[in-house]
Design a protein around this ligand. Structure first.
Ligand code: SF4
Length: 89
């Protein structure tokens, strides 16, 4: 380790690794890199169960995301429908 350089925590190292692995700044994902990590589908990755996730108020959603069972496509479709119906009203 370089003298004077701050040591990275295990959490920080995992976060940095997942961000390095999956983040694509051209995607313009809502909420940034944590959302892209949340959508990771590599369940065989040793870091999958400890990957960093965004904060979710809905704990049942958090659990589904954590285990890789949340349907992000369905949620995006639902949000598109909501936006469309808001524009129409
Ligand atoms: S959990 Fe996903 S984003 Fe994180 S290192 Fe593994 S494959 Fe990459």
């Amino acid at each position: 380790m370089t003298k004077g350089k701050k040591r990275t925590s295990l959490r920080g190292a995992i976060n940095n690794y997942c961000k390095w692995c999956i983040f694509d700044s051209t995607q313009g994902s809502e909420g940034g890199w944590r959302n892209q990590v949340a959508e990771c589908t590599s369940k065989d990755c040793p870091l999958f169960s400890v990957r960093p996730l965004p904060h979710y108020e809905d704990k049942s959603k958090l659990e589904l995301v954590r285990v890789g069972e949340f349907d992000f496509e369905e949620e995006r479709a639902r949000k598109r429908e909501e936006r469309l119906s808001e524009k129409e009203s």
